[in-house]
Design a protein around this ligand. Structure first.
Ligand SMILES: [Zn+2]
Ligand SMILES: [Zn+2]
Length: 662
């Protein structure tokens, strides 16, 4: 495997590897191996066989490299899977988000780690939905024509749920494809968006490919290649599809642009929305964002003219928006209020369906000691564990599980009680309260089964489900005309998170879910249960007034200098030894303070302080927040600080435009 030093002219390859070290590594290409720039290769890196990304191949290299070159073990691809354009895109991503180029490559390209296992692809099941593709209402046509008539530019379609944004996307895609260009269509969660896939498939047939992580690696690569060669003109996918290459890109669509899933949570922590803007600009393509509840940042940009704003405020078929009632609940025994019970019985006996949302999976979120109040906590995290009927105590952050303790770990008392309810418990309550009703539970636990979502769609459409119960998943991507009642079981969950986007997330979630009710026309209703009916956000939700919420939220953000009035960066230091982490975070913070003062940078630094979740997976976590009017301001500070910082046993995470601050 190791070549000798003086073996005459040889071929070398520059290979980027998924490691934080930000430089290419040089390998020798053995004689007879076909390897070109743009292919992936298996190489030996620090004693492990890993996939690398070849960005250059040089023939007839002579001279002594000064060290022993390792041989490339094998090439993965028969022909290049990426070109210069992707190389420059991943370099941009690596610079913007403080990752190595190799890490950026590993996010951008389909993985090859298990390309030998031949998995079966999930193909959405087809069922006859009644929507007729292509026919636009007057308002839809007006928006479509406006977008089509201008040159490549960015657009926001701000349209209430059920107003027919998809029809505009489809028409725009068709128009772009007719010019021989390609379309990338991003959705927040593909497994929940099979209905969109189905609609697009009816229009685009075999010219449509899917791209998401539930596909087998082989199928993923196949679809990547089909799109790259222009054999398929439209790709529908999740976050990472934003990197797909086409002969000529004409349009990028981001549906539900406010969704948190468009932000990657490991290095590089890129925002697909940001990358889409960048690509649309550099590749001269159209960009269309769509949402019923656009992010505050996007709506602000649209109001300021950076994005063209189009409003769609009529529902399809003139369906009325549902009436919203806020109901106060009192905890145990009152999980489903008598009002919600009454409306549920009415809705179902009238042939309708109900959807219940509870943003908490498992059976109960807390098992605690009645005598001393100590909760069962994960030993790796500073967070209480959730009780699951099937798995016992489960940590939702690191995934570790253990049996339910018989005794309190703190005082030894045997009076352990379950507090609060998750979806599993609500399912039991529904079964008792509504005997004979057909219930379907959709949460991370049940959705793991591959057929869960196709089954759900099928059963919902055949009206074989009376109550659909789930976590926020039920608010994403479905269109079930049979739903006439939406119940939010506890709106308070997540409301008091120490995160400036908490209100935006909750309001968006509740308005989205409310919009799922009554899409088939006729009378529909939304019941929101809460411990605190005085909370300011309910006024907006009651009136389906997202714009009103946006205005009040904008005032708060302005006062605090939060986005869209400034950009944020989060620097998180983590490690196994708390005192070392604290010391390192302080050291890194001091370095940054020095750079800020010396360079006269207009950057405000908060912290270091313990992150809201100070311990996760055995790691202690301390963070700092940097605020500035533009990313260039703090990027310079971060770059210089990291160059001068010796991390030792800690690890530094940089998150630009963070979405998760916990
Ligand atoms: Zn106790
Ligand atoms: Zn844990």
């Amino acid at each position: 495997m190791i070549s000798s030093r003086a073996a005459g002219p040889y071929t070398s390859a520059e290979v980027h590897i998924n490691t934080p070290v930000n430089k290419p590594f040089t390998y020798r290409v053995p004689a007879g191996m076909r390897l070109e720039a743009g292919m992936r290769a298996i190489v030996n890196f620090r004693g492990r066989k890993v996939t690398g990304y070849v960005t250059a191949v040089t023939h007839d290299v002579t001279g002594d490299p000064g060290y022993e070159l390792k041989d490339v073990i094998a090439s993965v691809d028969e022909s290049p899977v990426f070109d210069e354009r992707l190389i420059s895109l991943v370099k941009y991503v690596s610079g913007m988000y403080f990752s190595s180029v190799g890490e950026a490559f590993s996010k951008a390209l389909p993985s090859s780690e298990s390309s030998r296992t031949r998995g079966k692809a999930v193909s959405p099941r087809f069922s006859g939905s009644s929507a007729v593709p292509g026919i636009l209402t007057l308002k839809q046509r007006e928006i479509f024509e406006k977008i089509e008539s201008v040159g490549p530019s960015a657009h926001l379609i701000y349209g209430i749920t059920g107003s027919g944004k998809t029809e505009i996307y489809i028409n725009m895609a068709r128009s772009v494809i007719a010019q021989g260009k390609s379309v990338i269509y991003l959705v927040p969660e593909i497994s929940l968006s099979s209905q969109i896939y189905e609609r697009l498939h009816r229009v685009f047939g075999d010219s449509l490919v899917l791209y998401h992580s539930m596909l087998s690696p082989n199928r993923r690569l196949e679809n990547w290649m089909k799109f790259q060669r222009g054999e398929a003109k439209i790709a529908i996918g999740t976050r990472s599809a934003v990197f797909m290459q086409a002969p000529e890109l004409g349009l990028m669509i981001i549906d539900e642009e406010q969704d948190g899933s468009y932000k990657e949570q490991s290095s590089p922590r890129y925002s697909a929305r940001h990358i889409a803007f960048y690509r649309a600009k550099t590749e001269n393509a159209h960009l269309i964002l769509g949402s019923a509840t656009p992010s505050v940042e996007t709506l602000y940009a649209a109001e300021r003219g950076g994005i063209a704003l189009h409003t769609l405020d009529e529902r399809y078929g003139d369906a009325e928006l549902p009436g919203v009632e806020i109901v106060r609940v009192r905890g145990a025994g009152d999980e489903i209020s008598s009002k919600l019970k009454l409306y549920t019985k009415r809705a179902v006996s009238a042939g309708g369906q109900a959807v219940y949302l509870l943003n908490r999976r498992g059976f109960s979120p807390l098992v605690m000691c009645e005598d001393c109040g100590a909760a069962v906590e994960c030993s790796h995290c500073s967070i209480s564990m959730n009780y699951h009927r099937d798995k016992g105590m489960l940590c939702h952050y690191c995934g570790s599980a253990r049996p339910v303790p018989e005794k309190c770990g703190a005082c030894g008392s045997e009076s352990m009680v379950h507090v609060g309810s998750g979806t599993q418990k609500i399912e039991e309550i529904i079964n008792t309260e509504f005997p004979g009703y057909r219930v379907f539970r959709l949460d991370q636990d049940t959705a793991r089964r591959k057929e869960a979502v196709p089954d759900l769609i099928d059963l919902m459409e055949k009206r074989e489900i009376d109550i659909l119960l789930g976590t926020q998943m039920v608010s994403k991507g479905f269109d079930f005309p049979g739903i006439t009642l939406a119940g939010i079981l506890l709106a308070d969950i997540g409301m008091n998170m120490p995160d400036f986007r908490a209100s935006e997330r909750i309001v968006s979630l509740l308005i989205q879910l409310a919009g799922r009710s009554g899409r088939g026309g006729g009378e529909s209703r939304v019941v929101i249960q809460t411990f605190n009916e005085e909370h300011a956000v309910f006024r907006f939700i009651k009136n389906h007034d997202y714009t009103g919420f946006y205005r009040s939220e904008l005032e708060i953000r302005k006062a605090l200098g939060y986005p869209p009035f400034g950009r944020l960066a989060r620097i998180l230091v983590r490690g196994r030894d708390e005192s070392v982490v604290i010391e390192s975070a302080r050291e890194l913070g001091d370095l940054m303070d020095g750079i800020i003062i010396k360079g006269g940078h207009k950057v405000e630094k908060l912290g270091p302080s313990g992150a809201p979740f100070t311990k996760i997976g055995g790691n202690y976590r301390y963070h700092m927040i940097l605020k500035a009017s533009a990313t260039a301001e703090f990027s310079a500070v971060i770059r210089e600080a990291l160059e001068n910082f010796r991390p030792g046993s800690v690890y530094v995470e940089v998150d630009i435009d963070p979405v998760d601050m916990l």
